[in-house]
Design a protein around this ligand. Structure first.
Ligand code: ATP
Ligand code: MG
Length: 167
């Protein structure tokens, strides 16, 4: 049984990678979808255009899912902050700012949001949070700038086997 968290700023390719795991037998949890479908929020922040997540409810739901399925991937903003004891490996996806900007422009992100995310990426905010939450031994950092999602998937599966995790 393996539980993998996939994190990274928007546009690093978390959802795509999780889809590949899903095609290969993993149960995929998309945190943003999970929050909406199960009303795991306390309200909506109009200014930030985002739900105010109820962490307690979210963690309870993720634990429920993890208990029911053998191999699980949990992806999305917030995957860097799940309880460390339920996560075996945390994959942190990164992307060089010039390419991240291109991806976010393509997705129609407003200028302000792009700048905010580029800054978070330059400072390695998500990596820092993942490291302090899960500890170095559970972290795998992968640069998505020049590598396809399929290739990343192969690299990860290889690495997991080397680490002795049964998939
Ligand atoms: N490895 C990759 N190589 C090239 N382009 C990629 C790669 N991964 C993702 N992309 C591009 O980035 C876009 C965003 O990918 P994806 O939706 O998986 O990101 P995300 O991290 O889930 O973002 P969000 O946090 O907003 O949900 C894709 O549509 C694709 O164009
Ligand atoms: Mg996504």
């Amino acid at each position: 049984m393996v539980v993998i968290a996939i994190c990274g700023v928007p546009g690093t390719g978390k959802s795509r990678l999780a889809e590949l795991f899903s095609k290969n037998g993993f149960y995929a949890v998309h945190l943003s979808q999970l929050v909406v479908e199960n009303k795991l929020y306390d309200g909506y922040d109009k200014k930030r255009d985002a739900y105010i997540i109820n962490e307690h409810k979210l963690v309870r739901k993720v634990k429920e899912i993890v208990a029911k399925h053998s191999n699980v991937v949990v992806e999305g903003i917030g995957a860097e902050a799940l309880p460390s004891d339920i996560v075996d490996v945390c994959i942190v996806l990164t992307c060089e700012p010039f390419e991240l900007e291109r991806r976010l422009l393509e997705r129609g992100f407003p200028h302000e949001k792009i700048e905010e995310n580029l800054e978070a990426e330059r400072f390695g905010i998500i990596l820092g949070e993942a490291l302090s939450n899960y500890g170095e031994s559970k972290i795998m950092v992968l640069d998505t700038t020049y590598t396809s999602t399929e290739e990343l998937y192969r690299v990860i599966v290889n690495e997991l086997r080397k680490r002795g995790l049964q998939l």
